[in-house]
Ligand binder design. Structure first.
Ligand code: ATP
Length: 216
């Protein structure tokens, strides 16, 4: 089974990395591909650009064989749409190989606003990871999808190529990229929230406003 985990990763942190390994264990897969999305340049001036986020991601996963980076969305011009990525992967994997995408409940809550969201279950399984404080709104399309396509266990995902939704509730680290960016901009250290290699590179490149007021 091919498993992808998408995000902005601005920057990658231990919450993302821990989740990726938890998912590998829970799904009994050897690897998971982290897929950074392209951010339009006008999104904001405090974040890192696509190449910088990709470089930080590469640093973060160095030496961990279970984690890989798939940079296909950065190589595509324009906004990143999950349906396009899954369609491309489906073509590469063929019709029978199970394909799954991982998403937190915070991101999945607005699933019906994703482009071509109805096509997504026909392309892949969806692994929904419960994040505290981010329950799926009752009556939402996301919640309906979980109910109508619920997989009993991870084994079911290995037995068909797409179409199931598996809920996972692994232990998670309460870390957000927003919190890290804020800390750095405030001149406080984000150490131990993200790998040292990532923090060193952020400092060396002066990302997230680190140069201006950093006390660390
Ligand atoms: P931001 O604070 O900028 O919104 P973020 O830390 O939430 O960023 P994203 O790149 O937006 O990170 O998230 C990508 C995916 O990772 C989403 O599916 C999100 O639910 C999940 N995720 C983010 N942080 C964590 C965490 N600490 N533990 C588990 N999953 C997380």
């Amino acid at each position: 089974m091919h498993v992808i985990y998408g995000g902005t990763f601005d920057p990658i942190h231990h919450g993302h990395l821990r989740l990726a390994l938890e998912v590998c264990d829970a799904l009994s897969v050897a690897t998971i591909d982290l897929v950074p999305c392209h951010i339009p340049p006008h999104r904001g001036d405090t974040g890192a650009d696509s190449q910088q986020r990709l470089d930080l991601l590469q640093l973060a996963i160095a030496g961990e064989p279970a984690l890989r980076v798939d940079d296909r969305e950065l190589r595509r011009a324009g906004a990143s749409y999950t349906a396009d990525t899954l369609r491309q992967l489906r073509e590469e994997l063929g019709p029978d190989e199970p394909l799954a995408m991982v998403v937190g409940t915070d991101a999945f809550a607005a699933f019906d606003r994703w482009r071509e969201w109805q096509a997504i279950p026909e392309l892949a399984h969806i692994v929904v990871v419960r994040r505290s404080g981010a329950d799926l709104p009752s009556g939402s399309e996301a919640q309906k999808l979980v109910k109508s396509r619920r997989a009993d266990d991870h084994q079911a995902l290995h037995e068909q190529p797409c179409g199931l939704v598996l809920e996972l509730d692994p232990p998670l680290l309460d870390i957000s990229a927003t919190g890290i960016r804020q800390r750095i901009a405030d001149g406080r250290s984000p150490r131990y929230l993200t790998p040292d290699s990532v923090w060193h590179s952020i400092r060396a490149q002066g990302l997230y406003g680190v140069c201006t007021r950093s006390k660390v």
